[in-house]
Design a binder for this molecule. Structure first.
Ligand SMILES: [Fe+2]
Length: 142
């Protein structure tokens, strides 16, 4: 049983964002499994670099799509991304400077992000894209 069970309810219908979210959930699950198998350190190093890259590219990409389509709640959404990015950057900084990290705490934070941000904020954006006809309504039929 994965730590975070992927559910198609997380989809917003915009492929490039959906692919990034799926990879994000898969990465968090891989880290969780590695921690349980006492391979946490090895996987964490890869994961933290990937995560730093994810926040700097994928979230920005999402924001660009919002801007492009005139999403009215863009400011609130971006400030959520910024809060998340700050936290990840802090973890990354601690990692780079040799501060001991608590992986369980990080996993909990990432799980919360999926349940709150992907489920609420990204879904609202997805509904906007559907209403505007930018993406099809296919995800609701799954
Ligand atoms: Fe978002």
């Amino acid at each position: 049983m994965p730590f975070i069970k992927w559910d198609d309810k997380y989809l917003i219908g915009f492929n490039i964002i959906d692919d990034a979210q799926k990879k994000f959930v898969a990465g968090v699950n891989e880290l969780h499994d590695a921690v349980k198998a006492n391979r946490g350190n090895e996987v964490f190093i890869r994961f933290i670099y990937w995560l730093a890259d994810y926040v700097s590219k994928s979230l920005k990409h999402e924001e660009n799509i919002m801007e492009q389509h005139g999403y009215p709640d863009i400011d609130v959404h971006i400030s959520e991304h910024e809060m998340f990015t700050r936290e990840i950057n802090d973890y990354f900084f601690d990692f780079e400077t040799g501060v001991k990290l608590h992986v369980d705490e990080i996993l909990e934070f990432l799980e919360k992000w999926v349940k709150s941000h992907l489920m609420e904020f990204d879904q609202e954006f997805g509904a906007f894209l559907v209403a505007k006809g930018v993406v099809p309504r296919f995800k609701k039929l799954l």
